[in-house]
Write a protein that binds this ligand. Structure first.
Ligand SMILES: [Zn+2]
Length: 111
């Protein structure tokens, strides 16, 4: 069954900037040092930025792809989620057409 309804996909590009106490790192000038550990991507001495970089990357991948089937999308990137959600709170009603929103900034662990 093909879904003709527009889906809003939401994420936020801001991240929590934290580093380990023994790590010398400047978030303003340095890039995150990532590495693969088994099935996981991790960061050396800092937060990874997966919250919510994974949501941003997922949406950008959908928008850039010509071969991933999906319904019509509206991409919503809200700012300042980590320190007050001011971006989401300032979102004006009526801006989006989609009635279904997928927030890509959460996880649910199924046991
Ligand atoms: Zn988040």
């Amino acid at each position: 069954m093909e879904n003709k309804e527009t889906i809003v996909v939401q994420s936020h590009p801001d991240m929590v900037h934290q580093k380990n106490s023994d790590t010398n790192f400047d978030f303003d000038t340095q890039g995150i040092v990532m590495y693969v550990d088994g099935d996981f991507v991790k960061a050396k001495g800092t937060t990874l930025g997966a919250d919510n970089g994974i949501g941003v990357a997922s949406i950008m991948t959908l928008l850039a792809s010509d071969d991933i089937p999906h319904p019509a999308l509206e991409a919503l990137f809200t700012i300042d989620e980590e320190t007050g959600m001011t971006g989401a709170l300032a979102l004006k009603g009526g801006l989006l057409d989609g009635k279904i929103l997928l927030n890509l900034d959460t996880k649910k662990i199924m046991n």
